[in-house]
Design a binder for this molecule. Structure first.
Ligand code: ATP
Length: 327
């Protein structure tokens, strides 16, 4: 098949997530399949500005589907936020004869690509790679499922020690302004309370829930808190509860960057593989300014503007599920 696009550049940008490598592999192999060259750009937009690029072939991406992180590395580039930086990036696009870009990252990375496309007319497709699951236009982002499994495994371990010592554990999980990781991992690990930014929480309700759990004979409990929780940060919340309930033996655990690492789950590998191929196919069909995502297990394309601006709603049924199960 003949295409006007002969060379596709791909980069990973923003926070890394497990499955980015599977997406890179899929893009490179789809390029090979459709007879298009693929150019890997290292360190996200920073590599585009520094001209840090590498030609990738089908064999360059062997044995990476099972690896966390990103072989292309990722970065947050301040220079790309400037017109001067983007001009340098475009000069390197021209020098390397790159006809189109695939950007694997979060909404910030898509915003950068959108501005770049507006300025220089370079077609691009976004692939949602972030553990936070906070991108509109896809039921799941690449890395979310693996992060959830990491969190659940960690909380299971914390529960062992919580049970042994009759302790109350406060566990902070990632998700930026979104509570998807907290809500799903909280349900899966049997948390007594789950505090997320999408729900209005109060100390009074938290205390009432903990008192209720005392009454029903629970000796230890887990409270999962999303990092973006509006009521306060985990240390403030633990201190407030301790002040009101000094008898509680409270421990605080911030899971942190462990949530970003590890071998991607089967679901993330399959998702990344499908979306990587979908991104290449979209470009070859002349599409641009879109994000490839998965809705109801079908590949769909969402205008990048919507992917950036809109938000997936938290399912209210899940909040009720968590409440019923904490009885
Ligand atoms: P994550 O959700 O994992 O944090 P992200 O893609 O949202 O990923 P950001 O740090 O927000 O991560 O964005 C990644 C990079 O995209 C930035 O470092 C910057 O280079 C580029 N970028 C973001 N916003 C803009 C913008 N308004 N103009 C130009 N470039 C931008």
């Amino acid at each position: 098949m003949e295409h006007t696009i002969k060379r596709i550049g791909l980069l990973t940008s923003g926070g890394d997530s497990p499955g980015m490598n599977a997406a890179i592999r899929a893009v490179v192999r789809a390029c090979k399949y459709y007879n298009v060259e693929s150019i890997g750009i290292r360190q996200g937009y920073e590599g585009l500005i520094q001209n840090d690029v590498i030609v990738l072939g089908a064999r360059s991406v062997r044995h990476i589907i099972n690896q966390g992180g990103t072989i292309l590395k990722t970065a947050r580039s301040e220079e790309f936020r400037t017109a001067v930086g983007r001009k340098k990036a475009y000069q390197n696009i021209q020098q390397n004869q790159i006809d189109a870009l695939i950007v694997i990252g979060g909404d910030g990375s898509f915003t950068g690509a959108k501005i770049f496309a507006e300025e220089f007319g370079i077609p691009f497709i976004g692939v949602p790679g972030t553990i936070d699951n906070d991108i509109f236009g896809t039921d799941f982002t690449i890395g979310y499922d693996t992060a959830l499994n990491t969190v659940v495994e960690a909380i299971d371990k914390l529960r062992d020690t919580a049970t042994s010592h009759d302790r109350l554990f406060f566990v902070e999980v990632m998700g930026r302004d979104a509570g998807f990781i907290a809500l799903h991992s909280g349900i899966a690990s049997g948390a007594q309370e789950i505090l997320i930014p999408e729900k209005k929480d109060s100390i009074e309700e938290l205390i009432a829930s903990l008192e209720q759990s005392d009454k029903t004979g629970k000796k230890s409990s887990i409270v999962v808190i999303a990092e973006g929780e509006k009521l306060g940060n985990i240390y403030q919340l633990a201190a407030q509860v301790k002040e009101l309930k000094p008898q509680y033996d409270i421990r605080v655990t911030v899971l942190g960057h462990i949530q970003r690492g590890g071998s991607p789950s089967c679901q993330d590998r399959v998702l990344a593989s499908r979306l990587g191929i979908a991104a290449v196919e979209a470009l070859l069909e002349g599409k641009t300014n879109l994000m490839a995502g998965l809705r109801s297990n079908k590949v769909v394309y969402t205008p990048i503007e919507e992917a950036i601006k809109k938000h997936n709603e938290i399912d209210q049924d899940l909040i009720k599920t968590a409440q019923i199960l904490a009885i």
